[in-house]
Design a protein around this ligand. Structure first.
Ligand SMILES: Nc1ncnc2c1ncn2[C@@H]1O[C@H](COP(=O)(O)OP(=O)(O)OP(=O)(O)O)[C@@H](O)[C@H]1O
Length: 606
């Protein structure tokens, strides 16, 4: 299945980018040939409040957040606002649903048939580092081996590599370390899996004589931030490895340990693991360091290390560079940008009105919707407690919903995800545990019921829709408490050639002159390779601490209180504080009698 917007209505929703746009000359392919060039702007009903409380009207706005809140509260009550959003949802149309599902090797609708991968073609690519290998335009050009090539073509139905694959695969095959950043849903999993599998095939030799049994010797370790993403990468890797002889195993917490141990005993070339899966309370650096620098891992140099993410804040680049040697930095699009395929809407909703607003929105979406139960809606909230209560409330209001968060046992988490994917409960209420990497084909609408405290999480969350060349819709419920990310959201929207509401810009301006902002210091969002000295940072520093929503906080929150300067929120789902039992089993003997295998640490962690 794939979605696409009717291009006219989409074009109507966009506006000529202002001169300060990052990609002034870039026009996404799906907007070309539309009336975009006329600079025509349709004013949606939700624009009605503009001017009245904004700078032109003055009233309310100059009095600060409270005045704005009162003005926009009126807008939020205006039903036309959610109707506009559900109209947008309704404009999504299903393309080749059956064809895709049948033709795709694994039946999950992810094949390239019907996918508009041209949407990624003209995105600017930046590569820094020495002796960069040439990109490849086709899979045939890349020496991945016959069986893997056959799987790519016939099982995955990938016709041509996406830009991140074109550039990253040759770099990884050349044995270079890599830090790669590309937009959500643009094919990073295959970009690191293909060279890993090819590398394993090229180095694999029969087990050394006398090697003690019951000890796992993975050649490559793929680390991912959450259990669900770990399982997804595992399934993808198995599909890619079909009939190659390469053995893939998975290790993560919360699932029966004996079956995981048995599978390790049967031999493992590539281990996909989530070392632990709880909220990152204390920062992740010490735990990652332990895994990568101790635990018998070969040092950087002999070890090849690949890092992939849709966002790479400067602090993370700086920290991660310790694990890399003479690495190449690759970015497809600006680091941390969101894809143009996602239509972003921001509506002003006070906390106490959010439920009602959501109900109206879902109701309208259902009344008008022509997508049937296969169109899924993902609702992000801030805390585990609010995920449970919103799930209950939605069910009681007649909307089949389920919830996923870190306090559920693994079995419940997987059941919730399954029931969402199958469309049995087409609404999933989630904390950030579901914000990264999950590739669920029919997610048509992501709703940020509670906005995250940092823009990286926002980018990952909305990236659960608009994947693999398909269009999607993302709606954010914004109020004064979210002022610290107003500018970044507005910038992301402009960068994606979309119209940010004027009142959002006013919140951004107001925040940038506030004491919270001044306390915040410098920007943390890396716009490019931090080694260049000028990281091209955009947006503004935020004092995230002062922006917490009224959801319990403390232990009830998925976000730890001591989120450190990185915010922690961007790494929801991580907790490397305890090494996993399974990983400990193999890691103790890693490299002992490994037959000189080059090891590869790839990472889907963001
Ligand atoms: N070359 C290709 N041709 C067609 N489809 C592809 C290709 N590469 C990947 N895909 C599909 O694109 C979808 C998104 O890929 P993937 O999950 O790897 O994205 P991602 O960049 O890792 O996203 P995120 O940042 O959210 O983790 C998947 O359904 C995958 O099967």
């Amino acid at each position: 299945m794939s979605y696409s917007y009717f291009s006219d209505s989409y074009a109507e929703a966009v506006q000529k980018p202002p001169p300060q746009m990052f990609r002034s000359n870039y026009l996404p392919p799906h907007l070309r040939g539309s009336n975009f060039s006329d600079h025509s702007v349709r004013h949606f009903p939700d624009d009605r409040g503009r001017g009245r409380g904004g700078r032109t009207g003055g009233r309310g706005w100059t009095t600060g957040g409270r005045g704005l809140g009162q003005r926009n509260e009126r807008n939020a009550r205006n039903p036309s606002q959610y109707q506009t959003i559900s109209d947008k949802f309704n404009e999504l149309k299903i393309v080749n649903e059956e064809k895709n599902e049948n033709e795709n090797g694994n039946g999950n609708g992810n094949g390239s048939m019907g996918i508009n991968f041209d949407a990624y073609e003209d995105i600017p690519v930046e590569i820094t580092g020495s002796d960069v290998p040439k990109p490849a335009n086709t899979f045939a050009e890349i020496d991945l081996g016959d069986v893997l090539n056959d799987n790519i073509k016939n099982r995955c139905k990938y016709v041509k590599p996406t830009p991140i694959q074109r550039h990253a695969i040759p770099v990884a095959l050349a044995g270079r370390d890599l830090m790669a950043c590309a937009q959500t849903g643009s094919g990073k999993t295959a970009a690191f899996c293909f060279p890993i599998i090819s590398g394993v095939l090229n180095t694999k030799s029969p087990p050394a004589y006398g090697r003690p049994e019951m000890v796992a010797y993975p050649i490559a370790l793929i680390l991912s931030p959450t259990r669900e993403l770990c399982c997804q990468i595992f399934e993808e890797a198995k599909k890619f490895c079909f009939q190659t002889g390469v053995k893939v195993a998975v290790a993560y917490g919360g699932a029966p340990i004996y079956s995981q141990l048995r599978s390790l005993e049967r031999g493992v070339d590539i281990l996909v693991a989530t070392p632990a899966d709880r909220m990152l309370d204390m920062g992740f650096e010490p735990q990652i360091r332990k895994i990568v620098e101790r635990l018998d891992m070969p040092p950087s140099g002999p070890r090849q290390t690949l890092l992939f993410s849709a966002t790479f804040p400067t602090e993370i680049q700086r920290m991660a560079s310790d694990f890399l040697k003479n690495y190449i930095f690759l970015s497809v699009g600006r680091v941390g940008s969101s894809t143009d395929l996602i239509l972003q809407k921001v509506v002003f909703v006070e906390d106490h009105e959010k439920q009602e607003y959501l109900r109206n929105l879902l109701h309208d979406q259902r009344a008008k919707g022509n997508l049937g139960r296969t169109a899924l809606t993902l609702v992000f909230v801030e805390t585990k407690r609010s995920a449970d209560s919103l799930e209950n409330w939605l069910c009681r209001s007649g909307f089949p919903a389920t919830a996923i968060h870190g306090d559920k046992v693994q079995f419940e988490r997987e059941r919730a995800l399954r029931s969402f994917k199958n469309g049995i409960t087409p609404i999933l209420v989630a904390t950030d545990v579901a914000s990264r990497g999950l590739d669920i084909p029919c997610v048509a609408h992501v709703i940020n019921f509670d906005l995250p405290r940092d823009v990286d999480s926002y980018v990952h969350r909305i990236g659960r829709t608009g994947r693999a060349g398909k269009s999607g819709l993302a709606t954010a419920f914004f109020n004064a408490k979210n002022s610290s990310i107003a500018k970044q959201i507005s910038d992301l929207m402009k960068e994606a050639h979309q119209e940010a509401p004027e009142w959002l810009n006013q919140y951004a301006d107001s925040y940038s002159s506030s004491s919270d902002y001044r306390r915040g210091g410098s920007s943390r969002f890396g716009g490019r390779d931090f080694r260049s000295g000028n990281d091209g940072s955009y947006g503004n520093a935020a004092d995230y601490g002062g922006n917490a929503a009224d959801y319990g906080g403390g232990s009830a929150a998925d976000y730890g209180g001591s989120a450190a300067d990185y915010g922690g929120t961007a790494y929801e789902g991580y907790d490397y504080s305890a090494p996993p039992p399974v990983a400990a089993d193999f890691s103790g003997s890693y490299g002992g009698g490994g037959g000189g295998y080059e090891s590869v640490v790839a990472s889907g962690w963001d």
